[in-house]
Ligand binder design. Structure first.
Ligand code: ADP
Length: 189
């Protein structure tokens, strides 16, 4: 892609506290901007098109794949596709901003592979699987069945942590945020 800037990738098992940490970092680094992913799934709850995701139909998603509009894309759960649009990254870099990715573990690994030294990939690690489950239950956004699915997936996701540039354990939130801040400052320097 032309006019390549920098990007920071956050991945974690669901419930690790990734979203919480990224939100705090966005307050510290005004030049950070979220890359909005495209998905073929339906919006949930309050989710808005162009804010949380670009919501595409299966057909629209496939058409974009065919015209090579994605940097990377994958089928995450049965039939549901997620991907990063080249146009979205160009939009952020054109403003001179740093792109923040909040993506699943395989998406994070793919992006790092594609962008190499331009990318800093950070894995947010829960202190334990029990604590991960506690947080998912405490968050109150998922059904018991969904929580089980997320927890079941966590072992596999944690096994991929060594493929990231950095691993930050999110035990105490303020410690984790500080650690991430130090990593990012070094990367941007
Ligand atoms: P993710 O984006 O990784 O799925 P969230 O940021 O939604 O995770 O966090 C999951 C839940 O855990 C939320 O209810 C959040 O408030 C809580 N949480 C996040 N970090 C911590 C922490 N260090 N200690 C305790 N609870 C936390």
């Amino acid at each position: 892609m032309e006019s390549q800037g920098k990007l920071i990738i956050f991945s974690a098992p669901s419930g690790s506290g990734k979203t919480t940490i990224v939100k705090q970092l966005l307050q510290v680094f005004p030049q950070f901007e979220f890359s909005i992913s495209a998905t073929s799934r339906q919006p949930r709850g309050e989710e808005q098109n162009g804010v949380d995701y670009f919501f595409l139909s299966q057909e629209e998603f496939r058409a974009k794949v065919a015209e090579d509009a994605f940097v990377e894309w994958e089928e995450v759960y049965n039939g549901t596709c997620y991907g990063t649009l080249k146009s979205e990254m160009q939009r952020i870099w054109a403003k001179g901003n740093v792109i923040i990715f909040d993506v699943d573990v395989m998406g994070g690994i793919n992006l790092k592979r594609i962008f190499g030294e331009s990318a800093c990939s950070i894995f947010i690690m829960p202190p334990s699987i029990e604590e991960l489950r506690n947080r998912l239950e405490g968050r109150g956004t998922d059904s018991a069945e969904t929580i089980e699915k997320r927890v079941a997936k966590a072992d596999f996701e944690i096994s991929k942590a060594p493929e990231f540039d950095h691993v930050v354990i999110n035990d105490k939130l303020d410690v984790a945020v500080n650690e991430a801040q130090t990593i990012i400052n070094k990367f941007l320097a």
